[in-house]
Design a protein around this ligand. Structure first.
Ligand code: SP5
Ligand code: ZN
Length: 346
């Protein structure tokens, strides 16, 4: 299988992440993508490709132009205002703050703009973040190009990940929604509908939000129940889409301790929904934080299940654009990704 990788992800190097007020070593760190790269380079017939630049157009097709402009200028303006450390907001735009008062416009000062665009404290923005986030989108779109060019499946080693970024905000270690940009790009390129299968441990609230009222992009996710797991405020069963998108969102929340068998049963439900939806291309948001030892997940999956998951997804008979999302247990991350991809090759 072709693998798209760029060393530009190394430019995003968080120093810490603040979880419930406690600063700690970042889980989302450069070593993640390097562990995956090393595992895939170590055998299994993976062929590495570098990225092709696609410009801002495909990004602005799903994100607010203001978000992209903000990410591009944020670090420079922060420094110009005399700040030094990486950027974490002290105040975010909670919807209740302006309940009944209509929208607020983007403020002018660096700290106010930060709380306007970023929705939590675990996703610091640093000097190289923007360039890395742009490279992750280009990695994803280059993988899509390989599939449009005739490959049955291709893998984009995206970092930073993307599925928590909605149209007009960033968070959840995600700045630009690589999978959403790619799905929209594929809708335009193929003229047909596109399905997204999100198997990261966390619900892809950003991807769901972007396509919630769209009937031509199906979003299906298996994840830890948001009643206990990040992102808490999206991913419930009752969320099935709005307007033209009614029926084009399917959430399958799963319990703590979820076993391989329970997981594969839920996967079969997800695949049945995708099979019943049109289109010939599926974007996979591939998170490996479902692994039993992952520090951010609470499922009990073991390494052999990943090959089986890849195999069942490939059995759909659709073209696959597989994009990396989460996965934080480095000793097994590369092997688990490799098993998934080998399964997907059939
Ligand atoms: C792409 C991806 O996998 N993003 C995951 C973002 C989740 N961030 C960590 C959430 C941690 C929840 N808080 C734990 C409380 C510890 N006191
Ligand atoms: Zn995740």
């Amino acid at each position: 299988m072709r693998v798209v990788y760029s060393p530009k992800h190394l430019l995003h190097e968080p120093e810490r992440e603040v979880q419930t007020g406690v600063p700690q070593e970042p889980y989302e760190r450069p070593g993640r993508a390097e562990a995956i790269r090393e595992a895939l380079a170590g055998g299994g017939g993976f062929v590495f490709e570098s990225l092709t630049e696609h410009g801002a157009g495909p990004i602005e097709a799903v994100h607010a132009p203001g978000l992209l402009r903000y990410l591009e200028t944020a670090w420079r303006d922060w420094r110009a205002a005399g700040e030094h450390g990486e950027m974490v907001p002290d105040s975010v735009l909670h919807p209740a703050l302006r309940e009944g008062m209509g929208p607020v416009r983007e403020p002018d000062t660096p700290e106010a703009r930060l709380g306007f665009w970023c929705y939590e404290t675990m996703t610091p923005l640093g000097p190289g973040t923007y360039e890395a986030a742009r490279s992750a989108v280009d990695v994803a779109l280059t993988a899509a190009d390989l599939v449009l060019g005739g490959e049955r499946a291709a893998y984009g080693l995206c970092r930073p990940p993307g599925h928590h970024a909605p149209r007009s905000a960033y968070g959840g270690y995600c700045f630009l929604n690589n999978a959403a940009v790619t799905a929209e790009y594929l809708v335009h390129a193929t003229g047909g509908p596109v399905a997204i299968l999100d198997v990261d441990f966390h619900h892809g609230n950003g991807t769901q939000q972007i396509f919630y009222a769209r009937g031509d992009v199906l979003y299906v996710s298996l994840h830890g129940d948001p009643a206990r797991a990040y992102p808490y405020f999206a991913g419930y069963v009752g969320e099935t889409g709005a307007g033209d998108g009614v029926g084009a969102t399917l959430n399958l929340p799963l319990p703590a301790g979820c076993s391989n068998t329970q997981y594969l049963d839920a996967l079969d439900r997800a695949l049945a929904a995708i099979g019943g939806f049109g289109g010939d291309t599926v974007v996979v948001s591939l998170g490996i934080d479902t692994y039993g030892r992952d520090p951010l997940g609470d499922f009990a999956l073991t390494t052999p299940v990943y090959r089986e998951v890849g195999k069942r997804v490939a059995a759909l008979g659709r073209r696959l654009v597989i994009l990396q999302e989460g996965g934080y247990y480095l000793p097994a991350l590369g092997e688990n990704v490799r098993e998934w991809l080998r399964g997907a090759e059939g």
